[in-house]
Design a protein around this ligand. Sequence first.
Ligand code: 15L
Length: 262
Amino acid sequence: MSANKPVLLTGAAGNLGRWLRPRLIEKYGSLLSTDIVDGGPVNPGEEYVLADLADGTAIDRLVARSSKIIHLGAVSIEKSFMTILSANYMGTFHVFEAAKQHGVKRIVFASSNHVIGFHETTTELDAESVMRPDGFYGVSKAFGENLASLYHDKHGLEIACLRIGSALPEPLDIRHLSTWLSLPDLLQLIDDCLTAPNLGFEIVYGASNNDRGWWDNSKTKAVKFQPKDNSEIFAEKLMPGGKDPRDQSDPAVKFQGGPFCK
Ligand code: 15L
């Protein structure tokens, strides 16, 4: 692994990928971006390669040219098992296996809060809480976390699994007051994971410093993530007068995964 190889970003055409790309280039000098679809204008300092995560040879070639990996690429919403299979299962395997083969030690894996989505919203969770996936998408991210654990224990890869909440420019509904991850906080979290000494294998909840948050990162040792934003500034807009009109027995309200739990 050479320090002047670029960081590899999968899922570069997605909303998060597009927002992150110029900012990652600013931080790391160069970026090797990939997605299965066109990702819009390519930035100075960036190379954009079309590739399917299901194509192990294509992913192997990209990983061979990389110093570190930010693996965002996935089907990122609930779909049938067969729809999710290629990108989320095969793709994550291809990324980790190629990283092992080419000695690329440091990976940030975009997991999701949907790994723990069937915990009730009254329960505070930490890195040791049991998984309770809320659908095939959540199960695929649980698989990715377990695969990360295996590649760490058996092959010494250093992988941070980010259980991302709702990474959006701003919260759009009442649930997001608990799950929101601002985009600047996401960038900080990725940087904290890429630069932490002795990362090992870590589970990190990706949420801003929300007053109504459900997730506690105190058991995450190697990554000292200190989010700056707080969804509370949007509370009055989303819950006028502090009133929550939602049916509290609705699974989309009762469980942390929200609409995925329906
Ligand atoms: C996710 O993991 C999804 O990728 C995103 O589309 C949102 O649904 C988010 O979780 C969320 O829970 O708000």
